[in-house]
Ligand binder design. Structure first.
Ligand code: FUC
Length: 807
């Protein structure tokens, strides 16, 4: 597999490339899930601990959501809106905030302050735990002999977790994978001597489940999650397994299985819930579904299951390859946690960054597949019944960041669950729009769950951001720009139109400059100081809102034009777009975050919302708007390089867009700072756990995804075609001086192109651009721009080190 990757990369860019491993490995079992090996097929997940006496595998299924649908809108909320707006226009922000707290939060308990497992909002939870407790082969009571040559590895190329060790002269091997084609978790234990595998197999869950044996070699766990109302409407679930013990025997006792004297043990496990997915699919009976999946998987041999799984994973994973050469060889041979520590201490190990990039792509493939639910705050991995912040979909940066790498890293189809989620918000979001703003269209605020929650959150300071839905819509337009898939655009257009209608209705004119502003508004989670020094959140037309609405109105108008519909609306959107507050520079040279130059309550706040227009938006640009870009640099300097994992990942992308590779690399260092395996919720810290999971802390996957996107963004950037100008592809826009030599293949850019680039001695060596759309494009390298005038579909353009002509 590795060979294939290297050959493909080399042939396209004609470079000699030596092998580099893309695996995460340990020389000891995991003590905590942030040391485990995560596996997943977009629906089922497993976290493998690899203990010698006991193998523990935490199981996940994306439908494991407690709670149930509720009406969380306050029906009379809109009555308070005129007064809130009046107070804001009079500069009485705190009074307005008090009214928001009283009227503009959700009805009921909302997210339960992030602990919603037993309220209607619900929490994403684990499916259960599979444990295999090994019995000593030499008979009961014998002391365990010492273990040697222990190695536990997550191979990112094959999506396989392997553990090997020796004990008592026997070599033991374990292999675990989660197959999409097989819809199953597959576990294999083997040893190099016959009859050495004995133990006890259990399938458990901390609450709401019971396990029974099925025949002499099966286990079935079934249960139902709380619906948050004390009723029986909660999600029903089932997990079922069958054990095959070659050369030995299996017996059922009460609710566990016992394996004795086997040469090889294979466990195949399926799982299902009866949650209704956003695609509208709901299985009638979780238990029958799990049994059916298990029966189907068992029709294939282990070899067949493995081969189908690897092919399925590589279909996505192999599209992109990144090589960062020139690191210290010794650094690359260390177990991953040590490698992380050495990196933090200054080791020259760019290969670790390439692995981190691969891991980001791996995690998206494992946690977001067409037809399923979107990757949540922990992807699909949760180890308890109360996941931090309910493991939900936060709309003020987090779910969006999960999908930042999808388009650029050539994983476009994996956005399907995100778009299904956005579509699902239209109906509940229209009710919320009416109840709170008396507006047309649909809106979603900060919180999102599988139950159609679109109301504001339970707190006025953070829960009332109205542009979560506009930010979601940005992904629709981006998907179109990367793929130019008109059918997709046609299907998604009503979502854009109705979102725009909402904001058209909720904008008001502020009297001083006659700007159109969102009212009420806030800059996500951040506070400013009122004239008398009190922290306040609620304002008019926060910068991020204005940037988002410029992007949304542009996307909606352009989509309507492409589809030949809604001429009046196109006109209105473009007119109103010009009346939104422009992104402005404050007296201190920074980008203004709010309508006024308020003092900040927390100058290093983790949300950098007012730079949305730099990344992921594109209204601020180092080449097109240099003054704003300079103001963005200043803004970032004051914000500093620290923060939560996702915040550091956002800054990485921002520095990449500013074209500062060395600063971007500094942010990667900050992102890869070792975090201790166990840590509670903190808004300071950030970093990376031993298994390369991102630390908010706690584990939150957005930093992994934002990190992968940022690394790609350092290598290639793109601007869509606009106002008659062709799309622009920017090669190596932010290459750090330490990344002397490397190559990347398979990245995608706006306008519909695929790009391979090799560089040497810090300079472009060769690049290849393939057209997937037949559109014209300009290609930029450093200050120079070349035009690909006639660029037919599937043709390629090659550039050499001189970047003089196109072949
Ligand atoms: C947002 C962030 C927090 C955290 C939470 C899940 O509200 O401000 O830092 O990531 O989402």
């Amino acid at each position: 597999m590795k060979l294939r990757l290297i050959v493909a990369l080399a042939s396209l860019v004609s470079l000699t490339i030596t092998a580099s491993a893309s695996s995460i490995w340990f020389d000891a079992p995991a003590r905590h899930f942030t040391e485990s090996a995560p596996l997943g097929n977009g629906r089922l997940g497993a976290m493998v601990f690899g203990g010698v006496e006991e193998e523990r595998i935490i199981l996940n299924e994306t439908g494991m959501w407690s709670g149930s649908p509720q009406d969380a809108d306050r029906p009379d909320a809109a009555k308070a809106l005129p007064e809130i707006r009046r107070l804001l226009l009079e500069g009485k922000n705190l009074e307005a905030e008090a009214l928001i707290a009283a009227n503009f939060t959700c009805a009921g308990k909302g997210s339960g302050h992030g602990n919603g497992a037993n309220v209607p909002y619900g929490s994403y939870q684990l499916l259960g735990e599979l444990t295999f407790t090994f019995h000593q082969p030499s008979g009961s009571g014998a002391p365990a002999s010492p273990v040697s040559n222990y190695r536990r590895e997550l191979d990112l190329f094959t999506a396989n977790a392997r553990t090997t060790y020796e004990q008592g002269g026997v070599r033991y091997t374990r292999e675990i994978f989660v197959s999409k084609p097989g819809e199953a978790v597959v576990v294999r234990f083997s040893s190099d001597k016959p009859g050495m595998l004995s133990g006890r197999l259990a399938l458990t869950r901390p609450e709401n489940a019971k396990t029974q044996t099925v025949g002499t070699d099966g286990l079935r766990m079934t249960g139902q999650l709380p619906d948050g109302f004390g009723g029986d409407k909660g999600v029903k679930f089932s997990a079922e397994l069958k054990v095959q013990a070659k050369g030995g025997s299996v017996a059922a006792n009460d609710d566990v299985l016992t394996v004795t004297g086997a040469d090889e043990v294979v466990i195949v496990l399926s799982g299902a819930t009866d949650i209704k997915t956003f695609a509208g699919r709901q299985i009638a009976d979780a238990q029958l579904a799990a049994t059916g999946d298990l029966m189907r998987a068992l029709r294939s041999s282990l070899e067949e299951l493995r081969a189908a799984h690897i092919a399925d994973h590589q279909k996505y994973f192999d599209r992109v390859a990144l090589r960062l050469d020139g690191g210290d060889k010794a650094a690359a041979t260390k177990p991953t946690p040590e490698r992380l520590r050495a990196f933090a201490e200054g080791a020259n190990d760019p290969g670790l960054i390439a692995t981190y990039f691969d891991f980001g792509r791996y995690l998206l493939i494992a946690s977001s597949r067409p037809g399923g639910l979107p990757a949540n705050l922990q992807g699909l991995w949760a180890d308890g019944v109360q996941t931090p912040w309910n493991g939900d979909w936060h709309l003020n940066v987090n779910i969006q960041m999960n999908y930042w790498p999808a388009e650029i890293c050539n994983l476009s189809e994996l956005t399907d669950p995100l778009f299904a989620f956005i579509q699902s918000l239209r109906v509940p979001g229209a009710k919320t729009a009416k109840a709170y703003y008396n507006a047309r269209g649909w809106v979603a605020h900060v919180l999102g769950n599988p139950w159609g929650f679109t109301s504001p959150g339970e707190g006025a300071s953070w829960g009332a951001t109205t542009t979560g839905s506009a930010w979601l819509c940005h992904h629709i337009w981006e998907h179109y720009l990367f793929t130019r898939d008109r059918t997709f655009l046609k299907h998604a257009y009503p979502v854009l139109r109705e979102s725009s209608q909402f904001y058209l209705d909720m904008l008001i004119e502020e009297p001083k400059q006659k700007w159109l502003v969102t009212a009420p508004s806030n800059s996500p989670e951040n506070a400013f100081l009122t004239a008398d020094g009190k922290p306040a959140h609620i304002t008019l037309g926060a910068t991020m809102d204005m940037q988002l609405l410029r992007a949304l109105f542009t996307a909606t108008a352009e989509s309507a034009k492409i589809l030949g519909v809604d001429a009046e609306l196109q006109k209105e959107l473009l007119e109103k777009r010009e009346r939104l507050i422009p992104t402005r520079i404050a007296k201190d040279g920074r980008v203004m975050e709010w309508i006024e130059e308020y003092a900040e309550a927390d100058p290093q706040h983790r949300h950098i919302s007012h730079l949305w227009g730099l990344y992921p938006g594109d209204e601020i640009s180092a080449t097109r708007t240099p003054e704003l870009a300079a103001a963005a640099r200043k803004t970032l300097d004051v914000r500093g390089d620290a923060g939560t994992g996702w915040c550091i990942a956002h800054k990485l992308n921002l520095w990449a867009r500013l074209g500062d590779g060395d600063r971007a690399l500094a942010l990667i260092r900050s992102l890869l700072k070792p975090a201790s395996a166990v840590s509670g919720i903190s808004t300071k810290g950030g970093g990376t756990y031993p298994n390369l999971f991102d630390a908010h802390p706690p584990f939150q996957i957005d930093g992994n995804f934002g990190g992968a996107a940022g690394i790609a963004e350092m290598l290639v950037q793109s601007v869509p075609a606009r106002e008659g100008a062709p799309a622009e592809i920017h090669l190596l826009p932010a290459l750090p001086s330490m990344w002397k030599t490397g190559a990347v293949r398979g990245l995608r850019v706006r306008g519909g192109y695929e790009v391979n680039i090799a560089w040497k001695d810090g300079k472009l060596a060769k690049a290849l651009v393939r057209s997937l759309s037949g559109q014209r494009a300009n290609v930029r390298y450093k200050g120079k721009v070349l035009t690909l005038g006639n660029f037919p579909l599937n043709s390629t353009a090659q550039f050499d080190a001189s970047f003089e002509t196109v072949r």
